[in-house]
Design a protein around this ligand. Structure first.
Ligand code: F6P
Length: 360
């Protein structure tokens, strides 16, 4: 038997570990694995692919990025349509089917986030046997407690905060750190708690700059002359809008960015203290996966192969209550997993004195 694998959307530490797991498990079953390059683009006839073997994937477990390449643009990333669903033209799906048939690929593993899995779901609905594997550093996919890549991103944010702490303290400054998180503030929340932030601003809790400034002033009055503020790129002020860097309509999405600068400028104005901002950007997506992400990604890859063996198509691998299982892809893409503003993790942060700028 021959199976295929592709990676879609933004890259993420652990993608190669999934491929490594898939090739390992498939090879033991006597199957061959075809790796399609640059996401769904690799499925366009005649197909852009490489045969993946144990020899060609040895050592990739620990590598960042993806040896297969990926894209969050291209032919298969339609614009958001009614109800946010991206409709892929039927003729494109037929082209992909032709490629798979000509290469004798009987099932396809699609590793990606919300957009990629939405395309995978349409392949499934068109009768192509697919298995989804969840991937996003933002950890905002419903139906899985965790995606691989998240732990690596959070670890990087924590390391960055540890470093910025020293320079902020030396100069008695407020340091604003902008992190990824378009709709969900998981990276900011976990990174902020782990890195000892004093304020965390996330998309789920609109903030007031006066409240953030109050925290900075309070610390100053207590003799703590530096403050660390973590802000998710998608956070917005109460009654305000998200801040965009550029309009990038090709993929149907705008590029977020600039909220960190805005917060730093306003904190300086409101407190009279010096403030600086630092955007961590794609550094959060680069680098090797953490040990947790390597293990989780391997488990996801192996599970995807066993789901093919069982003929369990149209489903996504998921991690829930310490177990790797599966859910229908449709359940995973219908809505995002957001931070609960009243949930335990936000309460924990508040309990150690972290503010969210909402006056609570
Ligand atoms: O989906 C993950 C993410 O990291 C978002 O938080 C961010 O807005 C986006 O990717 C940026 O992706 P790119 O620069 O590759 O378009």
């Amino acid at each position: 038997m021959r199976i295929g694998i592709l990676n879609g959307g933004g890259d993420c530490p652990g993608l190669n570990a999934v491929t490594h797991g898939v090739v390992g498990a498939a090879t033991r079953l006597g199957w061959q694995v075809v790796g399609f390059r640059d996401g769904f683009e690799g499925l366009l006839p005649p197909g852009d692919f490489q045969i993946l073997t144990t020899a060609s994937t040895t050592g990739i477990l620990k590598l960042g990025g993806t040896i297969l390449g990926t894209t969050n643009r291209g032919h298969f990333s339609g614009k958001a349509g009614e109800g946010g669903v991206m409709k892929i033209p039927a003729e494109l799906i037929e082209k992909a089917r032709r490629t798979l048939k000509s290469l004798e690929v009987e099932a396809l593993i699609v590793v990606g986030g919300d957009g990629t899995l939405t395309t995978a779901l349409q392949f499934h609905e068109a009768g192509i046997p697919v298995i989804g594997v969840p991937k996003t550093i933002d950890n905002d996919l419903e139906a899985t407690t965790m995606t691989f890549g998240f732990d690596s991103a959070v670890s990087f944010v924590v390391e960055a905060l540890d470093r910025l702490h020293w320079t902020a303290q030396s100069h008695k400054r407020a340091m604003v750190v902008e992190v990824m998180g378009r709709h969900a503030g998981w990276i900011a929340l976990f990174g902020g708690i782990g890195g000892g932030a004093n304020a965390i601003l996330i998309p789920e809790i609109p903030f007031q700059l006066s409240e953030v400034a109050r925290k900075v002033r309070e610390r100053d009055a207590a003799g703590l002359h530096s403050s660390l503020i973590v802000v998710a790129e998608g956070a917005k002020q109460e009654g305000g809008e998200q801040i965009y860097k550029t309009e990038d309509l090709a993929g149907g999405e705008f590029k977020l960015g600039g909220i960190g600068d805005r917060v730093a400028k306003e904190i300086e104005r409101l407190t009279g203290k010096e403030a600086r901002s630092c955007t961590l950007g794609h550094l959060q997506r680069g680098g090797s996966p953490t040990s947790w992400d390597r293990v989780l990604a391997t488990r996801f890859g192996v599970k995807a192969v066993s789901m093919i063996e069982e003929g369990n198509f149209g489903r996504m691998v998921s991690y829930q209550q310490y177990q790797v299982g599966s859910v229908p892809i449709a359940d995973a893409v219908c809505h995002l997993k957001l931070v609960d503003p009243d949930g335990e993790i936000v309460q924990t942060a508040r309990s150690v004195g972290i503010v969210f700028g909402d006056g609570v």
